[in-house]
Design a protein around this ligand. Structure first.
Ligand code: SAM
Length: 405
């Protein structure tokens, strides 16, 4: 596979930024190896360079690998389809993009109009410079497609309806494009990045581009799939992210479960995954991601994103999904409900009577439980809304309790 080129030109000589801004934030989390907080005063990288550092993509941390394994056997097959389609080889197209070469107005190095004084956003040239600084070769397995368009990140921040009192959680800040746009409009940002090279670089980037806001950023080096709510300082009210496409849905559902404080979510995902997240019952794209997301709240499409705003250019289309958590949390046992959903969609072409026979113990018992839940056993799972799945799980719990009594 040819190496991806930097947008607007070839790889530049790798070098580390050695400036040490006066706003500092260097803290270490309590999560041992699982979670690490970094700041602008952290030690300079070892002379061996990024590829030698533990946790870098070049030397994957076994713990992180485990996290991905967990994602792979999770319920949300859609995310994997996304990752597999991503075409990093198309990176060459980015380098040849005439807009990039010409320094299209929206993609220039320093975007001047800002919501907060002193914040400048990243354009193609700065993305190229940062990537060269790390000698970065974006990896497909981590879904590393970086946005180099200031208008796009500002649009995402705007759709998120953040305010200056909010605390935003960003997953996968990468080179910092979206992070800077979030710092323009939000009080504090906590960024969780799996790639330690990118996590270590970010505080310096923010110090250069948003010095007045550098103290409001916390960077955590961790796998978002393994992070616990207690690893995140404070209680973030919003999740805004250009999610790694191969684990987008598992990450979203994991964070909704771990962080009840999250009220608003805006995520960029593969367009097909966006369709699944927002699909209503009975539609072709309705499935386990749709109904599990509906457990927590309401998801809506919030616009399409063109491929050319990324480096490397992905081989798939992207879209924004906006999500609002239900004001009042659902009652019921989430794990029991999700177990029914998993069983129903594992064999989505079968009737519920057949698809749930293993989960219930037999087709006869499945039919009894479905009737108790006022659900037609001849239907397929794709016709049921979240309320019906809640009723089925409740019928099973009630029947089990009667047996024990
Ligand atoms: N936010 C940046 C942007 O918009 O340019 C980068 C987005 S890129 C699509 C996804 C980012 O997520 C990469 O920086 C990648 O290293 C990071 N990432 C991948 N898997 C992750 C995981 N499990 N936990 C945290 N970060 C992850």
């Amino acid at each position: 596979m040819p190496e991806p080129e930097m947008p607007g030109g070839g790889p530049a000589e790798a070098q580390w930024f050695t400036g040490e801004p006066d706003r500092t934030r260097a803290r270490w989390g309590s999560g041992g190896d699982r979670v690490r907080m970094v700041g602008v005063n952290d030690e300079e990288p070892a002379a061996g360079g990024a590829a030698d550092r533990p946790g870098s993509a070049a030397q994957p941390d076994p713990g992180l690998e485990a996290g991905h394994a967990a994602a792979q056997d999770s319920d949300l097959e859609a995310g994997h389809a996304a990752g597999q389609d991503t075409d990093l080889e198309a990176a060459h197209d980015a380098a040849q993009d005439p807009d990039l070469e010409a320094g299209h107005a929206a993609r220039q190095d320093v975007a001047v109009p800002v919501g907060t004084e002193g914040v400048t956003l990243l354009g193609a040239t700065e993305v190229r410079r940062l990537a060269a600084e790390l000698d970065l070769r974006p990896t497909k397995s981590l879904g590393q497609n970086f946005v180099h368009d200031a208008n796009t990140v500002r649009r995402i921040a705007s759709v998120s309806k953040l305010d200056q009192s909010g605390h935003v959680l960003e997953i996968g800040p990468g080179l910092g494009s979206l992070t800077l746009a979030l710092l323009e409009v939000s009080a504090t940002v906590t960024a969780v990045e799996i790639d330690s090279r990118l996590a270590d670089l970010l505080p310096g980037t923010v110090a250069r581009h948003a010095l007045s806001r550098a103290g409001d950023l916390t960077v955590i080096t961790a796998d978002a799939l393994a992070i616990r709510g207690s690893d995140i300082p404070g209680a973030p009210t919003a999740l805004v992210a250009n999610l790694p496409y191969n684990v987008a849905v598992p990450v979203l559902l994991h964070l909704l479960a771990e962080l009840p404080s999250l009220r608003r979510v805006v995520v960029m995902v593969q367009a097909e995954v966006a369709d699944r997240l927002v699909a209503p019952p009975g539609s072709r794209t309705y499935g386990s991601p749709s109904v599990k997301t509906a457990w927590y709240g309401t998801a809506k499409r919030a616009g399409a994103i063109g491929r050319s705003v990324f480096w490397p250019v992905p081989g798939v289309d992207s879209a924004l999904v906006g999500f609002d958590r239900h004001p009042v949390p659902r009652t019921g046992d989430r794990r029991s409900v999700f177990a029914v959903i998993d069983a129903a969609f594992a064999q989505r072409r079968k009737t519920l009577r057949a698809a749930l026979s293993g989960w219930a113990g037999s087709p006869v018992r499945a039919e009894q439980l479905l009737r108790a839940a006022d659900v037609d056993p001849g239907l397929r799972g794709e016709m049921l809304d979240i309320d019906a799945f809640v009723r089925i799980a409740h019928a099973r719990l009630t029947a089990d309790a009667q047996v024990l009594a």
